[in-house]
Design a protein around this ligand. Structure first.
Ligand code: OGA
Ligand code: NI
Length: 341
């Protein structure tokens, strides 16, 4: 491990020995979680049951997708087909140390978001892996504990099958052929993070992750039973309560581009708390790096005043820009708008 890489501590290394948040984690007063203004009861995100997706009620479920995607961009799913045992084994897998600040590395353990670019640190450590195609990456994954690769490969494969089902439903909900979205993704890509949020002595001063939108196409989040995720909806932050045996799904920037703004990538964040650690495992499904992304032709109509809102770009270009801006702007996607002149 290079000396520069070891000079940055993980939050896990400091959480149990400090009784104050170190100053580099403290947010300015105007940018703090402000929990008293967060909606914690009442309206939450839609729940879609996939049980009937392949039966006679498909049209009804597709309508639920259309509604959830256009008015929330966030939903929960149950009867998702990922075996409970697979989920349990993934959740219990131990984190291992592969620290690297290099955002181009395909397997790395790191902290915060992008330690090279950001001004304030976040109360999060994460292991990030690429996991499709599995055989290209599995040899870089941590090899201890012994079961890690097997458990993670099984989980990644199962979640990928779920994502392909979701993409068909979402494609149909946009009025497109069901393989349309999937076909825009080149060879496809899948990344996973294992997020670890240690207990924090002053959770009101900092974030696990500040407000951001995911750069990828669609995110499938597995989380334990500790709250922390919040979604920005109708000008306020709404806490998403964990529901056992469901996944949280949110749309990312690539879905916004492909749907030409019919569906939006949604602002969300993670807060921490003083007494419980929290683990979340997002799967970031994305185009392959060489895929050229642009609004779907069928959704563009120059005469009827729905021109292409975004220019085309490779996902490699987008992904680099995303890590570079390090949440400095809330919306990376704005810088890929088609020129209006
Ligand atoms: C993310 C993310 C939310 C959470 O990793 O992009 O939004 O609850 N995580 O950990
Ligand atoms: Ni996110």
């Amino acid at each position: 491990m290079a000396a520069s890489a070891t000079s940055k501590l993980l939050v896990s290394d400091i959480a149990s020995v400090v009784d104050h948040v170190p100053s580099n984690y403290v947010r300015p007063i105007s940018d703090r979680p402000n929990m008293s203004e967060v909606e914690t009861s009442g309206e939450t995100i839609p729940l879609i049951d996939l049980q009937d997706l392949h039966g006679p009620n498909r049209a009804d479920i597709i309508n639920q997708f259309a509604h959830a995607c256009s008015s929330y961009g966030f939903f929960q799913i149950k009867n998702h087909g990922v075996p409970e045992e697979t989920i349990k084994r993934m959740m219990n897998s131990e984190r291992v140390k592969h620290y690297s600040a290099d955002t181009k590395k395909t397997t790395r353990l790191s902290t915060s978001f992008n330690v090279c670019k950001e001004k304030v640190s976040n109360w999060r450590d994460f292991l990030r892996l690429h996991c499709y195609p599995i055989e290209d990456f599995i040899n870089e994954w941590p090899s201890t504990p012994l079961s890690f690769r097997e458990v993670t490969a099984e989980y990644a494969t199962s979640v990928r099958a779920l994502v392909l089902t979701l993409l068909e439903a979402i494609s149909e909900s946009l009025g497109l052929p069901k393989d349309r979205v999937s076909k825009t993704l080149g060879k496809h890509g899948q990344h996973m993070a294992i997020n670890y949020y240690p207990p924090c002595p002053q959770p009101e001063l900092t974030y696990g992750l500040p407000g951001h939108k995911d750069a990828n196409l669609i995110t499938v989040l597995l989380q334990d039973d500790v709250s922390g995720l919040q979604v920005f909806k109708d000008d306020k932050w709404v806490a998403v309560k964990p529901v056992p045996n469901t996944f949280i799904v949110n749309l990312g920037d690539q879905m916004q581009v492909i749907s030409n703004d019919k569906y939006k990538s949604v602002l969300h964040r993670a807060v921490v708390n003083s007494d419980k650690e929290r683990i979340s495992i997002p799967t970031f499904y994305c185009p392959s790096e060489d895929a050229v992304i642009s609004p779907a032709q069928e959704l563009i109509n120059e005469e009827e005043d729905s021109p292409a809102i975004y220019r085309s770009f490779t996902y490699a270009e987008y992904f680099e820009k995303f890590w570079d801006t390090a949440f400095a702007t809330e919306s990376c996607v704005d810088s890929f708008k088609a020129s209006t002149n």
